[in-house]
Ligand binder design. Structure first.
Ligand code: N01
Length: 561
């Protein structure tokens, strides 16, 4: 089957071997939305099971997150040897990372390599944005379209719809008063232009100090004339100690890559087996030993700091010890005591995702860098030539919005998704993103969401999380096809219990004690509900049990007569 996109690109879906053929047989077994790592691997796994699949992608190339987030200094915060696909041993043996933490261009090259290596481009339509999808009850399939009007329209009929649109794909662009009056350049980190941006000699303002802001600030500070950082909440940043990939480590990992992957899958976050968390409390050692153990992990760098003791994420008092350790590092790194104080976070460490940095705090010692604390000097308005915060005008030539994402739900809620009886996802998720297993939603049969609310992706090495969910979906679809099942839908009881479970798990941790995107707290008006699930191995086990036990928590329906 061949389809033509609005831009004339062609893609070929594989021939279906479905046993459910009938006059109402949809043209696709599954339509996959998004050609990031999740969409690419979903296509590969679907084809491997003889399913007729097509990917549509709004951008003009593959890569998802690593296509869009091209801001200066963009780089992964999980080590390259771990942040990569493990499903194909030849791929992981052949590919050579150059740095401990790969930078965006290398990650994008990797996504393109995967697309080429597994001949995935023939199943991907680029420049094709899904606008909506409606469940057709009579035909038991999704009618998914790219809209009408000047952009042209095309509708696909697919038995299943897989949303591989990414949890962090819709940028948050706060409605700052007067922003449209500003005559200089406005850039968002998550929609950075392909052409290099030259900030030489310019007065640049960065709003936002999460992972994207921290990397941008550190990288552009030496290039710009004057950098003003507008900080609403101070961030914890731990050193990456990035550098060329250690060839001895590479050889060690490659000598048994499958074993390395397996050990990582047993970790809470699907990574970190090189230095597992310690299994004892921060209070079981002396103050001197504690300091020395924090220091040891600080010198190694990355997320391992939070594994220094086993109670840092569950006991606020233990967490405070780690937080104070980092605050002392900030005080030691930043010369001006007032700036250092403003850079010291007060929320629990790890409650928002840790930033992994390369000299972030010391950047504020540069004579051309200034911190504006929005807690004491809030942004009032933009002007043609800058912005006013706390009554002071800051003249600017360019503004970088490092303001994050409408995470986990933003992308789906901007689509016209309608399930059984015309139920709109916006109505279904009015009070928060209800789901079962982080994969399915009651009222939306045959719809699967990857890396969404209720799943572990936000707390996991996302590629490991993707591999697991994709394999589960692909196995399920093959299984259903072989059993003559035309539709699968979560039950209301299972959905309610799952959302409660996700929140119960979070309630045992410090994750509810700050305003994070995990809670939707960064978006005004968004329902406050804890969205991601913590704990990858238990999640994998639960999903496996559901599959092995014949899909408890789902109702299955055969093809209508
Ligand atoms: O977004 P964020 P991000 N006025 O939401 C501030 C992944 N990631 O793009 O904290 C003023 O973390 C906001 O302030 P506050 C990673 O999972 C990974 O940086 O809400 N400020 C915050 O400081 C990460 O967690 C990598 O008070 C406003 C910042 O903008 C996730 O993506 C790299 C504001 C947003 O921080 C998101 O990271 C990059 C307003 N109206 C991203 N609205 C790596 O792998 C928001 N802010 C390294």
């Amino acid at each position: 089957m061949s389809t033509t996109s609005t831009t004339g690109a062609t893609a070929t879906a594989t021939t279906s071997t479905s046993t459910t053929a009938s006059t109402s047989q949809p043209e696709l077994d599954l339509l996959i939305v998004g050609a990031g790592f999740a969409g690419l691997y979903m296509l590969h796994q679907a084809r491997a099971r003889g399913l007729n699949a097509l990917v549509i992608e709004a951008a003009d190339s593959v890569g998802g997150t690593w296509y869009h987030n091209r801001y200066p200094g963009a780089r992964v915060d999980i080590q390259s040897m771990e942040y990569s696909f493990g499903f194909d041993d030849a791929l992981q043996q052949d590919w050579c990372w150059t740095e401990r933490y790969a930078a965006q261009p290398e990650l994008l090259a990797y996504a393109n390599h995967v697309a080429d290596r597994f001949d995935l481009r023939s199943g991907i339509l680029l420049n094709t944005r899904l606008t909506g999808a409606h469940w057709d009850e009579a035909a038991q399939c999704w009618q998914a379209g790219t809209g009408t009007g000047t952009s042209g329209g095309r509708t696909w009929r697919a038995r299943h719809l897989v949303l591989a649109t990414g949890p962090l794909s819709t940028p948050s662009e706060p409605d700052f008063p007067g922003l449209s009056d500003f005559k200089g350049q406005v850039l968002h980190t998550a929609r950075w232009p392909k052409e290099p941006v030259d900030f030489s000699g310019q007065r640049v303002g960065v709003i936002g100090t999460g992972s994207s802001g921290v990397q941008t600030i550190t990288t552009i500070a030496p290039q710009v004339g004057q950098l003003t950082v507008f900080q609403r909440t101070a961030s914890y940043a731990v050193p990456a100690h990035n550098g060329p990939l250690d060839v001895a480590l590479e050889a060690q990992v490659k000598a048994d890559y499958p074993g390395f992957r397996e050990r990582n899958r047993r970790m809470m976050g699907g990574f970190g087996s090189l230095l597992p968390p310690n299994n004892f409390s921060a209070f079981s050692v002396s103050a001197e030993q504690r300091e020395s153990m924090f220091e040891g992990r600080w010198q190694i760098g990355g997320f391992v700091l939070l594994g220094t003791f086993n109670d840092l994420i569950v006991n606020p008092a233990a967490n405070e010890l780690a937080g104070e350790f980092v605050r002392n590092k900030i005080r030691a790194a930043v010369h001006d005591p007032a700036t250092a104080a403003a850079l010291c976070p007060s929320h629990p460490i790890g409650c928002k995702r840790l930033c992994v940095d390369t000299g972030y705090y010391a950047t504020f010692n540069r004579p051309n860098v200034r911190l504006v604390d929005l807690q004491t000097a809030p942004i009032e308005r933009f002007t043609a030539t800058g912005l006013v915060a706390g009554g002071e005008e800051h003249p600017l030539d360019a503004i970088v919005l490092a303001t994050g994402f409408d995470a986990m739900t933003g992308t789906l809620l901007r689509l016209d998704l309608r399930g059984r009886g015309g139920l709109a996802l916006q109505d279904k998720w009015q009070a928060g993103p209800l789901n079962y297993l982080g994969l399915c939603v009651v009222g939306f049969p045959n719809l699967f969401n990857i890396s969404g609310p209720g799943a572990t992706a936000a707390f996991t090495n996302v590629i490991v999380a993707i591999e697991h969910q994709v394999q589960w979906i692909a196995d399920t679809l093959r299984d259903l096809r072989d059993r003559g099942v035309a539709s699968i839908e979560a039950t209301p009881e299972a959905e309610t219990a799952w959302v409660a479970h996700v929140n119960t798990v979070a309630g045992r941790t410090i994750y509810l004690n700050c305003n994070s995107w995990y809670l939707g707290a960064n978006i005004p008006g968004k329902p406050r509900m804890f969205m991601p699930l913590f704990g990858f191995p238990a999640y994998v086990q639960k999903c496996a049990e559901v599959q092995q036990q014949g899909y408890p928590g789902f109702s299955l329906a055969p093809l209508h007569a």
